[in-house]
Design a protein around this ligand. Structure first.
Ligand code: IVH
Length: 692
């Protein structure tokens, strides 16, 4: 179908061989190194082109094809599943003192004194991939991966083939979403790799990759042949309460028929938690499966509920990680990457080395000051550290091994991409230089433009399938896409003044159609995603969500952000600091940004935020807390209001709907009375938040 009539077999053979080598290299990086260098979408495009060639020239297949090997786990082939309850992640701690600090933080939030009991569970942190299993009337109806936490992939057919996961539960609530980790035992992992090697197929670098690769197989028959295991440790949507504590919940899941981890313990103090951490650490090597730490969770589910979440992780749980693994290798070079905001980031190019089972060839050097502080020089032998899924880092230099003549590293003072001056901003308050050196060529720097477009299309922003990093780089280079708005006119402009995309190398009829369709599918987008996609400095997902929740719809927000006193107005929103507010105001004050926005808004529709808990009487209200509260901490009250869909603000204005005033409330209370804003005390607040 992709066959271009003029293409000779010889040309096709050359392209087939080139693509084959490229795909094999990506497979190696993905499955063995756990360090993919292309997005799934890009990988998929390569794979599609490869298969299209084989279809058009069947003789190529005889020469040995990748098409039948393990390889691809292309995410877009699985249907998406929206999680009714998001699958969030955990904060990490590393030091012993952090355990005490975690307990203290929980106590502070709940207003518990030191002598009141606070039980925690300690569970091994399984190093696999998390999965949610939905049971209805006892029968497994859907299984999904975590994905970005809000939307995962439907892997039901594969999960049904896993022996360790029951297809039926006994005695569970009628809707029961069990959550836990799919993993592979060491012995099974070794046997699988031996079979792979024998069959001339790629082997896996570690059990986690093997588990992920096996679960995300397009053909469930392949998954069926893979020895996967499962531990349940959490749950999503459930039709009725089934336990009062975390510990009981795990026991209940065991009774329903789900496998649970036998090393789960109930601890009554930080000292007991640490002791359990040590005990688990001591058994780590003999468990027969990988764990990378211990997870502590507040045992009482009612307290968990009160504690709630900050951003993407629960306040009621934390992962205490085992120490990072280290190795030494040679620093072969330092590459400077230019990011979306112009930040110059040094990346260490390393002689590849295995750190904790994974081959590492790149590591972060953080910034200019860190390079200077550690006196890192090209040619040095360096210590590289890798902790869990974070980017490996260069920790220090081994001084004895420095080669003669190694020169101190000079950090560039101009942008390696556009040549503009790269400067370190001076903080007005402290007078200190920012650690980050930034390219000043904002509107002329190709690196910033390209990175901005990549961000715009990325998974948590516009999420345009088929428009991955590689395609964006190509389209930018060819002048086809220069701004975000250009993406949406791609179909209309196709073929104008240049060959149509389907004739470009690496593209074809189908992939181009899919790309255009994927773009059209994103012409309507949620407010928070849209705002995040713009790539305004300091507006990450959390702040984008805060603005979206506060303003509800895009137009109201834009009007506020353009107002003469925008920085002050935005800075008054709960959770938004002056620096963030300033950054947004600066963006909207720049005429060229406004013009780019108008061009974009001519192409896409920004959807208002769905009101959260819209039926609660406090939903949509703007509330200000002032004075001290006695029954809960200020943080808890805020979190509670937000859960009900209310907006919490730090200052009183005519837009304030309600003021909750405790003892000691001062000028804010006076102002509220002056403005005629309704004022209530803590008792009344508790009554109303309970829905009374
Ligand atoms: S609880 C809302 N418990 O660790 C909290 N997670 O770093 C949900 N994990 O995505 C997670 N063992 O894949 C929890 N006993 C355990 C775990 C565990 C492994 C994984 C899980 C999660 C990740 C967070």
């Amino acid at each position: 179908m992709t066959k271009r009539p003029s293409q000779s077999v010889a040309l096709a053979r050359a392209e087939h061989a080139r693509l084959g080598a490229e795909i094999a290299a990506h497979d190696r990086r993905y499955y063995q190194d756990d360090a993919p260098t292309v997005s799934d979408a890009d990988y998929d495009a390569l794979r599609r082109r490869y298969e299209a060639l084989e279809k058009a020239f069947p003789e190529l297949k005889a020469a040995g094809s990748l098409s039948d090997t393990v390889g691809a786990a292309p995410s877009e082939k699985f249907a998406k599943v929206r999680h009714a309850v998001p699958m969030l992640s955990l904060g990490n701690i590393f030091a012993d003192e952090d355990v005490e600090e975690f307990c203290a933080r929980v106590r502070r939030f709940l207003g518990l004194s030191d002598d009141m009991a606070l039980a925690m569970t300690a569970e091994p942190k399984i190093d696999g991939l998390s999965c949610t299993l939905r049971y209805e009337d006892g029968a497994l109806v859907r299984a999904a991966t975590r994905g970005d936490g809000y939307e995962g992939e439907d892997v039901t057919a594969n999960v049904r083939t896993i022996d360790a996961i029951p297809n039926h539960l006994a005695g569970a609530p009628s809707v029961f979403e069990a959550r836990g980790e799919v993993y592979m035992r060491h012995a099974d992992f070794r046997a699988l790799n031996a079979r792979q090697a024998e069959a001339g197929k790629p082997t896996f670098a570690n059990p986690r990759n093997a588990a992920a690769g096996s679960l995300r197989q397009l053909d469930p028959r392949i998954t069926a042949g893979r020895p996967l295991a499962f531990f349940a440790y959490a749950w999503g949507e459930v039709s009725e309460a089934f336990a009062a504590t975390q510990f009981e919940a795990i026991a209940a899941m065991g009774r329903f028929g789900l496998p649970t981890n036998p090393l789960t313990r109930l601890c009554r103090s930080a000292a007991e938690m640490l002791a359990q951490y040590r005990a688990v650490e001591a058994q780590r090597a003999s468990l027969g499966y990988d764990i990378d730490g211990v997870v502590y969770k507040v045992d009482d589910l009612a307290l968990q509920q009160r504690l709630g979440f900050v951003s993407r992780s629960p306040r009621w749980a934390v992962a205490h990680k085992f120490p990072a693994e280290r190795a030494t290798t040679v620093l072969e070079g330092i590459e400077i990457q230019v990011g979306r905001t112009g930040a110059l980031t040094p990346v260490a190019r390393l002689r590849p080395v295995t750190v904790g089972g994974v081959v590492v060839a790149n590591a972060t050097l953080h910034n200019e000051d860190e390079i200077a502080r550690k006196d890192v020089r090209i040619g040095d032998t360096v210590v590289v550290q890798r902790a869990g899924d974070v980017i490996p880092q260069v920790v220090e230099v081994v001084p004895d091994k420095r080669p003669p003549g190694a020169e101190p590293y000079r950090f560039p003072e101009t942008c390696p991409v556009c040549g503009s001056a790269a400067l370190r901003e001076i903080d007005e308050k402290t007078g200190e230089a920012d650690v980050v050196r930034r390219c000043t060529g904002q509107l002329v720097c190709a690196a910033q433009a390209v990175e901005g477009l990549k961000h715009f299309c990325s998974r948590n922003a516009f999420d345009i399938e088929g428009l991955g990093d590689k395609q964006i780089e190509l389209f930018f280079k060819e002048g086809l896409i220069r701004t975000a708005a250009d993406i949406f006119t791609l179909r209309a402009r196709d073929g104008q003044g240049r060959p149509p995309l389907r004739d470009w190398e690496g593209f074809g009829e189908t992939s181009v159609k899919n790309l255009f369709d994927a773009i059209d599918a994103r012409r309507a987008i949620a407010f928070n995603r849209f705002l995040f996609a713009l790539g305004i400095r300091r507006i990450g997902e959390t702040n984008a969500r805060r603005f979206a929740r506060h303003f509800g719809d895009w137009e109201t927000f834009r009007a506020a952000a353009r107002a003469p006193d925008a920085a002050a107005e935005l800075g008054a929103i709960d959770g938004i600091g002056p620096v963030v507010a300033e950054s947004v105001a600066d963006f909207f004050a720049e005429a060229r940004n406004e013009a780019a926005l108008d061009a974009l808004l001519a192409q896409v529709t920004v959807e208002p935020m769905e009101a959260i808990a819209a039926n609660h009487p406090l939903a949509g209200k703007t509330i200000v807390f002032t004075g001290s509260l006695e029954r809960m901490s200020r943080d808890e009250a805020k979190a509670m209001a937000e859960r009900l869909g209310a907006k919490v603000s730090g200052s009183i204005s005519a837009r304030t709907d309600l003021v909750v005033a405790g003892p000691g409330a001062g000028s804010k209370l006076t102002k509220a009375r002056d403005l005629g804003v309704e004022t209530i005390d803590e008792e009344e607040w508790l009554r109303r938040s309970a829905g009374a």
